[in-house]
Ligand binder design. Structure first.
Ligand code: WTA
Length: 571
């Protein structure tokens, strides 16, 4: 598709010329943006919050928070004090550098205080999405050997505290918390805590955050990021988000996912920008109201959300004054050209696609305000990063050939290990010097990258990454299920939905009630977003001779495609 004449991002842009910067850029030049370049003392939370609290930005609003019940704001100075208090609360139960502190709760100011407080102690933060059910919570706390958890009374029911020997303390954020055993009242301790805290200085390569994410096989894996990632969080927040001093920025992602931390916490605050956090569920009215109320100027969201807004109709948008928005971005799934055209029409702005992964820690292939956009393309690699399409031997392919989307190893925010699984970590780098993403794509003559699909079976549903193996494992725990195979089925709004093929055990009959029961079983065991929207029963599922479900064949059935090579299939 050709470059379209689309309305541009408003204002002066931070990145003035893509070509020129890409030709000359060196990451070491970003170091001077941080206080450690002169003091030698490193800590992400200090750079994101305290540095501004000690400057003339101290009275600037750092956080606007609202949900159905709360409506609050905190300046950088107040954020500094509240995160110091949270740090002291965590310290009081012995949290030290390197300990894993997990945060399992819906968005709230306390979530942000705890994340920052833990980081100030040099602890490694593990954010958990509030929708996780017991099985998902257990896997993550067990694998990471988490020492402390911060959660709410409602979510505590899903934490198998007694089965987790490493979990020493569980802080509850709620009213009238009954302290007993490992349970402690977070808010009470916050009030008693000092707002002064001695920060634990760390090495740039020390652990910062652990995000669990799904692959096509095995349990979810803990992707470890380090403090050094701040170089890229900061620089991409400047070039890609185009953040400037007077911006009001809203990233709609939950901190349970990497977008909600890299660009919901670190990126904007490293730039000293006002950050909007809206709690509660998605509704088009609520989102437009949020944009209007805070006069949001830079807005980072996802294709599924844009498609849902699009289907809510253009009349609704017109009821709001959204004239402050000057720059819009998207991440997580392919951004359809149709959505870009809709954005141009209703916001009079183009939507900028960005590509990256939990493992990459920060944006890598993007569209920039100063660059032409080709709707449907993810854009071009950020300056300082080399991306290429390679074949399975590591040869770089010429333009317009589809292959593995790969990144030359060594960008600042690259994951540093998979927790407890160095072998898995190494498997990403098996092709000489390249990080192989698992996505297939091609690059055109002008160096724009075009997403084609996942090479493995990972499902992206409504922007959330779901591993089919995790869902299949849960399904076969249900007494009626003998075998299960799970695929992503294309869906116009959600990108993909989860579809399960199931073979029943002897003595079970298929019925609508059983479908509902199985779906609820996954919902309760794993998470609502991991439950199959469609379930189809089959006598038998296609398997390899070694007994592996052939998802590729299920997908071919579903899409009416040829099934391809079946030589490994059992008789
Ligand atoms: C997909 C989210 C198309 C891709 C930050 C990748 C995308 C996976 C895009 C990572 C995009 C992300 N266009 N696909 N702009 N951005 N993806 O780890 O398949 O939740 O590998 O990270 O999302 O998902 P994750």
């Amino acid at each position: 598709m050709n470059v379209q004449a689309l309305p541009a991002t408003k204002g002066n842009h931070n990145l003035l010329s893509y070509e020129e910067t890409a030709a000359n850029f060196d990451w070491s030049t970003v170091e001077k943006e941080f206080s450690w370049s002169t003091t030698g003392k490193v800590n992400m939370a200090f750079e994101a919050i305290d540095r501004h609290a000690l400057s003339d930005k101290k009275d600037k609003v750092a956080l606007y928070y609202s949900d159905a019940k709360r409506d609050e704001k905190y300046t950088f100075e107040q954020m500094s004090q509240m995160s110091n208090r949270a740090g002291n609360v965590l310290k009081s139960v012995g949290v030290e550098k390197g300990d894993r502190v997990f945060i399992f709760m819906p968005r709230s100011p306390e979530l942000y205080f705890s994340v920052l407080g833990a980081i100030k102690l040099g602890a490694i933060v593990g954010p958990l999405f509030e929708a996780f059910m017991e099985g998902a919570v257990r896997d993550r706390l067990e694998d990471s050997a988490a020492k402390v958890l911060v959660t709410t009374p409602d979510l505590l029911e899903r934490v198998p505290v007694g089965d987790l020997p490493n979990l020493e303390t569980v802080f509850i954020i709620g009213d009238n918390v009954k302290e007993e055993g490992p349970i402690k009242d977070f808010n009470k301790l916050m009030q008693e805590a000092s707002s002064q805290l001695e920060i634990t200085w760390v090495d740039r390569e020390d652990g910062l955050i652990l995000h669990y994410t799904s692959g096509s096989t095995g349990k979810p894996k803990g992707v470890l990021h380090v403090h050094n990632a701040m170089l890229q969080h900061y620089q991409t927040a400047r070039w890609v988000l185009d953040l400037q001093d007077d911006d009001v920025y809203w990233c709609t992602a939950d901190p349970g996912w990497v977008t909600g931390t890299s660009y919901g916490i670190f990126g904007p605050w490293l730039c000293g920008v006002t950050n909007v956090i809206r709690g509660g569920r998605f509704s088009p009215q609520d989102w437009y109201e949020t944009l209007q109320r805070y006069q949001v100027s830079v807005w980072y969201s996802a294709p599924t959300a844009f498609r849902m807004l699009m289907s809510a109709g253009d009349e609704l948008v017109k009821q709001y004054d959204l004239s402050n928005i000057r720059h819009i971005l998207s991440v997580g799934e392919p951004l359809n050209p149709e959505v870009v055209r809709w954005g141009s029409k209703v916001f009079d702005l183009r939507i900028h696609d960005t590509w990256w992964m939990t493992e990459t820690g920060a944006q890598l292939i993007c569209n920039y305000p100063c660059m032409d956009i080709k709707p449907g393309s993810m854009g071009r690699p950020i300056p300082g990063v080399k991306a290429a399409i390679i074949d399975d031997q590591g040869n770089e392919l010429p333009p317009n050939r589809m292959g593995n989307l790969a990144i030359a190893k060594g960008w600042p925010s690259m994951m540093r290990t998979i927790w407890n699984n160095e072998e898995k970590y190494q498997s990403y780098f098996e092709i000489d010097g390249w990080y192989v993403s698992g996505d297939s794509a091609y690059m055109d003559e002008e160096g724009y990258f075009w997403f084609q699909g996942r090479i493995d079976d990972v499902i992206m549903t409504a922007g959330e990454r779901v591993g089919p193996f995790e869902v299949e494992s849960k399904l076969i725990e249900h007494p009626a299920v003998a075998e299960a195979g799970v695929i992503g089925k294309p869906d116009p709004v959600r990108g993909e939905i989860i579809k399960a093929f199931i073979a029943l055990r002897e003595g079970y009959e298929q019925s609508d009630e059983l479908i509902e029961e199985i779906r609820n079983f996954v919902k309760k065991g794993l998470a609502a977003h991991a439950a199959p929207r469609e379930i189809e029963f089959r006598e038998k599922l296609p398997k390899t001779r070694s007994g592996k479900i052939m998802r590729r064949v299920l997908k071919a059935w579903e899409l009416d495609l040829p099934t391809g090579d079946l030589s490994t299939m059992e008789d």
